[in-house]
Design a protein around this ligand. Structure first.
Ligand SMILES: Nc1ncnc2c1ncn2[C@@H]1O[C@H](COP(=O)(O)OP(=O)(O)OP(=O)(O)O)[C@@H](O)[C@H]1O
Ligand SMILES: [Mg+2]
Length: 749
């Protein structure tokens, strides 16, 4: 029950109504208390006032009594004269004057008819008479008057000092008249009782209750205290609130009573009204509760419906239930359901495209892996090729050196031919190693800003002789010079290689188009040979020949891959081209399809224009080698001795050192060569490092560094001085020595 909206509302209503009822009851009880207190005060005051009024009348009577007591007629014993005086003084017929002797024998009674014999009075037991003092009686049985009477009495002096009892008697109607004068509010009781508590006078039903004794609780209260208020029962048997006041003058007590119903009536009426009102409120509350609860329940049920709709995957509707809170919740549900639906749709779409995306990613991954494997392969191949070529080069250096020496000594013509053949073969081997090292990107390059257009123009004569009659070369060069960073000799080789491939692709002859332009490459290209994003000078070599299948295209960069007949192609052309271009910081793109020709685009990094044309290499002045002291440093014994023999053959005097440390030690020990010739690749200190030290310790001593293809790059990075590339023959050695000595003399490198 308490779990429902109706239950809680009912509880709330009951709690509110009960609280209100409690508050009303407390207020009513408080009002009753103050009402009763004020009634008590009122009746007490009224009792006091009544008592005072009775006292006033008593004093009047006492005054008259005292005056009559002093009457000379009485003293003289002239009772007749006294009687007429008394009749004048007390004219009222409900009051009369009595004179009696101390035995009670009446002598004068103004109530009796003249001459009527007067009875003897029975004196009350408590009578206490004194001269000049008034005794007030309780209610007495009259003697002459047959009804009840009250009397005021005193002692008076008769003839010869004889004491008489002088009294004024009266019927209870006298005090009744006094009470009536006071006009008590209707319903109130006013009762005068004597010292014994017997009723003397009463404002209502005086005759009925005259002589009746007041209730014992009232008597008890009167006895205890001269005044007070309390509950009692009236003589006619009604519940009453009674106040009493005893008069010190007469000893009588005046009682004022109010029916209790009059005091508490308002209380019970208010309580009943409150009760009825509470019942009515409860009923109204119950009705309102049912009504409100039904409204709330309906709103909540609509919410439930909305939530269920949402649960089924639909949109929760907007609601107007009349309750702000539920409408807000419905709005939130509506928003949430729309979002949910959108999210679901997204998810579904994502799910649908998932497969396609997985396939796409897998393909990308495969391609990347393929490319990576390819790159590793090329790299490994490069390392292998480079290593073999390096050692091969050392051998060739020794072979060529020795053939040179042999050639000089032989005078036999037939033998000279053998030597010439051997030297030619060795030179071919050197060319092959050069190609291999180019592919391995280990070759020594001398990049400089070159106008690519000028380089191609310079190749024209060579094209004509190299390509043969059926193939024409057409150049479409950009009108402005195009400056690129490149090595002149190697660039010429690249263009020539591509042109020869183009010729080979057109056996029937045709046109080779060479085009140059500036081009910006944007966006990354994952292909190994492609250029990185940036600004380039592009050289395109295009033919209209056989073109390539994708399978061929995929392998053209592999060394020794060729489709040409044995002996016609080595398969090293394109690998060398790519090696050079990549080493220069560029890249290559190829457009081709079978039967549609091929276009090779070579990209070279853009360079700032050279400030002046490259100075023509100055012919080195002839050097006198005779007696030239040279310190020759090489860890390879064969190469060292071959080089030493060449030097000796030139006429110089070589001193051999086995490594860099040996060379430095010899210099320190006081050796004074004109020149140091030092191999670069040596265990311990490299040639370049040793050369740097020599430059510091012997600044005037020139050093010529011999570099194999393998270390061309490392040498270029660490050594700016003269270099002799392996393999070399006697002429090349002589030329480099001359250049190194001249540079040292002119102060440059
Ligand atoms: N312009 C082209 N048109 C069609 N196929 C080409 C073209 N250029 C190269 N190829 C293909 O690429 C292969 C490899 O070329 P690459 O230059 O490396 O070696 P080669 O020309 O066969 O021999 P080499 O250049 O060493 O004499 C060629 O055998 C040929 O199949
Ligand atoms: Mg080729």
């Amino acid at each position: 029950m308490l779990g429902s909206v109706r239950g809680r509302l009912t509880l709330l209503t009951i709690a509110l109504v009960l609280t209100a009822a409690l508050a009303a009851t407390l207020l009513i009880v408080d009002a009753y208390r103050s009402h009763r207190a004020s009634t008590e005060r009122q009746i007490s005051e009224t009792a006091g006032a009544m008592s005072l009024a009775i006292d006033g009348k008593a004093r009047e009577v006492t005054g008259v009594l005292q005056v009559l007591a002093l009457s000379p007629h009485l003293k003289a014993g002239d009772l007749a004269a006294f009687e007429s005086q008394a009749r004048r003084a007390v004219p009222h017929d409900d009051k009369w004057v009595v004179v009696a002797d101390l035995d009670g024998q009446q002598l004068v009674n103004t109530l009796a008819k003249p001459g009527e014999p007067l009875p003897r009075m029975r004196l009350p037991a408590d009578i206490d008479l004194r001269e000049r003092e008034t005794y007030v009686s309780d209610l007495l049985q009259g003697m002459v008057e047959k009804g009840r009477v009250i009397a005021f009495a005193t002692l008076a002096e008769g003839p010869g000092g004889r004491p008489y009892i002088l009294a004024i008697a009266m019927r209870p109607s006298a005090p009744n008249a006094v009470i009536a004068e006071q006009r008590l509010p209707p319903g109130w009781y006013g009762t005068l009782v004597d010292r014994k508590g017997v009723v003397i006078a009463r404002n209502v039903e005086a005759e009925r209750f005259e002589g009746v004794s007041a209730s014992p609780d009232i008597l008890e209260r009167i006895r205890k205290s001269p005044e007070g208020v309390g509950d009692s029962v009236s003589l006619d048997g009604r519940e009453t609130l009674v106040a009493h006041r005893r008069s010190p003058v007469t000893g009588w007590t005046f009682l004022v009573g109010v029916p209790r119903a009059e005091v508490s009536g308002s209380l019970s009426r208010s309580l009943i009204m409150t009760f009825v009102l509470c019942l009515a409120l409860l009923a109204l509350g119950a009705l309102l509760t049912v009504w409100f609860a039904r409204g709330v329940t309906r709103a909540v049920e609509s919410l439930e419906g909305a939530a269920e709709a949402m649960g089924r995957g639909g949109a929760a509707p907007r609601l107007a239930t009349g309750l702000r809170e539920t409408d807000a919740v419905a709005e939130a549900l509506h928003g949430a359901s729309l979002k949910l639906k959108a999210r679901e749709a997204e998810l579904r779409q994502l799910n649908d495209t998932l497969e396609a995306r997985v396939v796409e990613r897998s393909r990308e991954l495969e391609e990347t892996t393929e490319r990576l494997v390819q790159a590793r392969k090329v790299e490994a191949l490069g390392r292998l090729t480079g290593g073999v070529a390096h050692d091969f080069n050392n051998l060739l250096t020794a072979v060529i050196g020795n053939l040179d020496l042999l050639g000089k000594r032989i005078k036999d013509e037939a033998l000279e031919k053998y030597v010439a053949n051997a030297r030619q073969a060795a030179q071919r081997g050197a060319k092959l190693t050069a190609q291999l090292l180019a592919f391995a990107r280990r070759q020594r390059l001398e990049p400089e800003p070159l106008d690519v257009n000028a380089v191609i123009e310079g190749l024209r004569v060579l094209f004509d002789s190299a390509l043969g009659g059926a193939t024409r070369v057409r150049a479409e060069l950009s009108p402005d010079p195009l400056w690129a960073m490149a090595d002149r000799t190697q660039l010429e080789l690249v263009v020539l290689n591509l042109a020869i491939n183009a010729r080979d692709a057109m056996p029937e002859g045709g046109e080779v188009l060479i085009e140059t332009a500036r081009e910006r490459v944007s966006g990354p290209d994952p292909r190994l040979e492609a250029p990185a994003p940036g600004d380039y000078v592009r050289i395109t070599v295009a033919d209209t020949g056989s073109g390539m299948t994708p399978e061929v295209l995929a392998r053209i960069w592999e060394p020794f891959f060729t489709t040409k007949p044995v002996g016609a192609g080595s398969g090293l052309g394109l690998p060398q081209v790519l090696g050079v271009v990549k080493q220069l910081g560029g890249g290559i793109r190829v457009d081709t399809a079978p039967g549609c020709g091929a276009r090779f685009h070579v990209y070279l990094p853009v360079a700032a224009p050279a400030e002046k044309a490259h100075p023509e290499p100055v012919e080195a002045a002839p050097v006198d080698f005779a007696g030239l002291k040279v310190l020759l440093v090489d860890d390879d014994r064969d190469v060292r001795s071959a080089t030493a023999d060449l030097l000796r053959d030139l006429g110089s005097e070589p001193e051999e050192a086995v490594d860099a440390a040996d060379a430095l030690a010899r210099l320190d020990a006081g050796a004074e060569p004109r020149l140091v010739i030092m191999d670069h690749a040596m265990p311990g200190l490299t040639g370049a490092e040793a050369a740097q030290r020599i430059r510091v310790s012997h600044p005037a001593l020139p050093v010529l560094l011999i570099s194999g293809y393998m270390d061309a790059e490392a040498v270029a990075r660490t050594w700016a001085g003269p270099v002799l590339a392996k393999p070399f023959d006697k002429q090349q050695l002589a030329a480099r020595i001359a250049a190194a000595l001249q540079a040292a003399q002119t102060g440059g490198d």
